[in-house]
Design a protein around this ligand. Structure first.
Ligand SMILES: NC(=O)c1ccc[n+]([C@@H]2O[C@H](COP(=O)([O-])OP(=O)(O)OC[C@H]3O[C@@H](n4cnc5c(N)ncnc54)[C@H](O)[C@@H]3O)[C@@H](O)[C@H]2O)c1
Length: 282
């Protein structure tokens, strides 16, 4: 890993999982950090740990669904440090269900966090990063579910296709204006994180927790697929190794699980051939 002694790294979704490991990794390489999350308790625990290791860090607790709070996070970060070298647009959540049964409130919540949250991050950070006029990076955490469809979690898949495609467009637009900012998109398959616990910080006003749908066999079985898969995922440190290497090498599509590469090329071939998606049973 390169030396990040004079560098500033900002991360959303920094209190757990990939964001926390990214924070620790860049802190270990000397970076100054600006960390955001909705999870105040774990964000504070990370802040205390990092400060104890001599790291300069500011933290902001907010929901990425709020563009005003994201703007304030960027304003504070630039006021404190003057520039951002890498911005990780990383916060995300998952939900499951059939498209025709899943409450619309789930769609609103998930798309607001996973898609509009990413747009909020771009709107708040990218103009400032363009203006600073130094080589820097904006990194979206999409998913393998932004490249391949699975039937278990439609809103998640739709959100990750959206965040991947909007990052492609972001990179085109940055090229178009001759900016020194480069975009990257991270596409992990399963990684051992806290993603299956994402409901714990869901704004209670964003849904009806008593909706009988959340007690149906189908919903519970689908959620169990997510929970069961997590311990078998890639250790988070291994995923972050690939992410750091990808950014340092100038890789746009950062793929942490090469075993899915044949499926990605297979998908493209199937599209051109007009072939129906194949159902993989849970
Ligand atoms: N873990 C996986 O298998 C996996 C695979 C592919 C992609 N991803 C993506 O990686 C990213 C990080 O997730 P993770 O796996 O580390 O899960 P995680 O739950 O461990 O971390 C996600 C963090 O985002 C925060 N967060 C959630 N909603 C938020 C909101 N509205 N506002 C602010 N912060 C919020 C959470 O509190 C948490 O700290 C997500 O975008 C996720 O979709 C994860």
């Amino acid at each position: 890993m390169q030396d990040y002694d004079t560098k500033v790294v900002a991360i959303t979704g920094a209190a757990n999982g990939l964001g926390k490991e990214i924070a620790r990794r860049f802190a270990g390489a000397g970076a100054t950090l600006a960390l955001a999350d909705i999870d105040a308790e774990n964000l504070e625990a990370l802040r205390v740990e990092l400060v104890g290791n001599g790291v300069e860090v500011i933290t902001s607790t907010f929901d990425v669904r709020s563009v005003d709070d994201m703007e304030e996070f960027a304003r504070r970060t630039f006021a404190a440090y003057g520039a951002v070298d890498i911005f990780f647009n990383n916060a995300g959540v998952i939900s499951v269900g059939t498209i025709w049964e899943q409450p619309l409130a789930d769609w609103d919540w998930l798309l607001d966090v996973n898609v509009k949250g990413v747009v909020h991050g771009i709107k708040a950070f990218v103009p400032r990063m363009i203006a600073q006029d130094t080589a820097c990076h904006v990194v979206t955490t999409s998913s393998i579910a932004g490249l391949l469809t699975v039937e278990n979690s439609p809103a998640y898949v739709a959100s990750k296709f959206a965040s991947l495609s909007l990052t492609e467009v972001l990179d085109l637009q940055l090229q178009g204006v001759g900016a020194k900012v480069t975009a990257h998109v991270v596409c992990p398959a399963v990684v051992q994180t806290d993603l299956d616990n994402c409901l714990r910080h869901r704004d209670p006003s964003s849904y009806d927790a008593d909706d009988p749908y959340y007690r149906t066999e189908d919903y519970l079985a689908r959620f169990a697929v997510v929970t069961r898969s997590m311990p078998a995922g890639l250790p988070v440190g291994d995923a972050v190794d690939v992410i750091v290497e990808g950014i340092e090498n100038g890789t746009f599509y950062i793929l942490t699980h090469p075993m899915y590469n044949p499926a990605i090329t297979g998908r493209t071939a199937a599209i051109v051939a007009g072939v129906r998606p194949a159902l993989v049973t849970r």
